[in-house]
Design a protein around this ligand. Structure first.
Ligand code: 1CP
Length: 367
């Protein structure tokens, strides 16, 4: 199905004090998604949806059962099936691993759960220097064997690329510090500015977790990775640059040598898209707030864009949705570096048949 090549990873060595051998999967010549990630010519605009697995799919709700998503993630057969469900139904050009951005922190025993209908909840939020003791390096093979077994299953099964992912230090820190989803990020911002040394120590440990997790996912066959800094838009450009970007940049730099395309995404980051790009991305994720032609003017030549249909309009009549799909494609103007996606994740109430039609329409487009 694909060929592999072996890399020795220096930054990981620096980060963990030990050498790592990585297996980087070389591009499938037939993947429109990987070609678009590299801004290379290809036949059809590729499309996948953030949060395509789970949530809105009845077949997901049927097999998932009640309880924490953490238990589902720890079950490789179940996670494999959930990852495959949207691939079968929608005919998307990439699969995204069924896991969560808090999986590594949970795996090292930080003491968190993902509560249905709420999201990540931390038993004892990160608040002081003493809490740094609750971190240890992630050993992905030993701590998250279920994630890697899921990837092994998927790589054997899929004929499209699998996207691995991690949460960016800022976004994961926001859960650990606030203790639960937040709208204001009051504690996180207070720590950032009130005790920058503690903040940088926390963000540094979260960068380590993300690096180890991403490298292990790539070693097992993930052919692209996305760094989710979903809540980075809560920061001003200046604060993002000072307090968040250096840690994300370290993560993105650490996976660069694998050659696997790196997608970097945050909501509300239009005003500092140049920084999202400068952190070290091959593909910049764009939310629904700015058109792709404007986004393109804010990132360097040669970078691809991913986005950016407003997920909230998917409930509108089909004619409206179709026009919005066309508007996204028109704003891209036929640039080869475009991966069609939503501006953020699929919302739980989305009718899956609308997403099926979106995929058909994107694939039928000849720009
Ligand atoms: O079954 C459930 O418990 C439903 C909710 C759910 C699901 C399906 C959560 C809880 N996580 C997930 C899976 C998940 N999370 C995936 C798998 C792939 C897919 O669904 O297609 C991915 C990529 C994530 C990543 C994730 N988790 C992000 C980044 C993506 C984004 O939407 O910005 C974030 C911010 C989280 C935290 C999280 N996990 C779950 C929820 C409800 C939340 C968000 C909470 C909040 O609003 O802060």
């Amino acid at each position: 199905m694909f060929s592999v090549s072996v890399w020795l990873h220096d930054s990981a060595e620096a980060d963990f004090g030990r050498a790592r051998t990585l297996v980087a999967v070389t591009a499938r010549p037939d993947s429109n998604f990987l070609a678009a990630c590299r801004s290379q010519p290809h036949e059809v605009t590729p499309v996948w949806f953030m949060r395509q697995a789970g949530r809105s799919l009845p077949e997901y709700r049927e097999i998932r059962g009640p309880g924490s998503i953490i238990d589902a993630i720890a079950n490789p057969d179940l996670s494999t099936e959930i990852t495959l469900q949207p691939v079968r139904r929608y005919g998307v050009d990439a699969a995204i691993l069924f896991s969560d951005i808090v999986t590594p922190a949970h795996a090292i025993g930080f003491g968190l759960d993902v509560v249905p209908g709420v999201g990540p909840v931390v038993e004892k939020p990160f608040a002081s220097r003493d809490d740094l003791q609750r971190f240890r390096p992630l050993d992905a093979e030993a701590d998250t064997p279920y994630v890697l077994e899921t990837i092994d299953n998927l790589v054997a099964e899929l004929d499209i690329p699998l996207i691995g992912f991690a949460g960016a230090p800022f976004t994961v820190a926001s859960y650990l510090v606030e203790g639960r989803p937040s709208r204001t990020y009051t504690k996180t911002k207070s720590m950032m500015k009130g005790d920058p040394e503690l903040w940088f120590a926390l963000a540094d440990r979260l960068a380590d977790l993300a690096i180890e997790s991403l490298l292990s996912q790539i070693a097992h066959g993930a052919e692209a990775v996305q760094l989710f800094d979903s809540w980075a838009g809560a920061l001003s450009a200046a604060d993002y640059e000072k307090y968040a970007m250096p840690h994300s940049a370290r993560v993105l730099e650490a996976v660069k040598a694998t050659g696997v395309p790196r997608i970097h995404f945050g909501v509300g980051t239009g005003e500092f898209l140049h920084l999202i790009a400068a952190a070290g991305a091959d593909v910049v994720g764009v939310d629904w707030r700015i058109p792709l032609n404007v986004a393109r003017s804010r990132v360097p030549e040669g970078l691809a864009l991913q986005g950016n249909l407003d997920s909230s309009i998917l409930a509108a009549p089909w004619g409206v949705v179709a026009d919005e799909v066309d508007a996204v494609l028109a704003a891209n103007g036929g640039h080869p570096g475009h991966i069609f996606n939503l501006g953020h994740g699929v919302q739980p109430e989305t009718d899956p048949t609308v997403l099926e039609r979106v995929v058909e329409r994107v694939h039928a487009y000849r720009g």
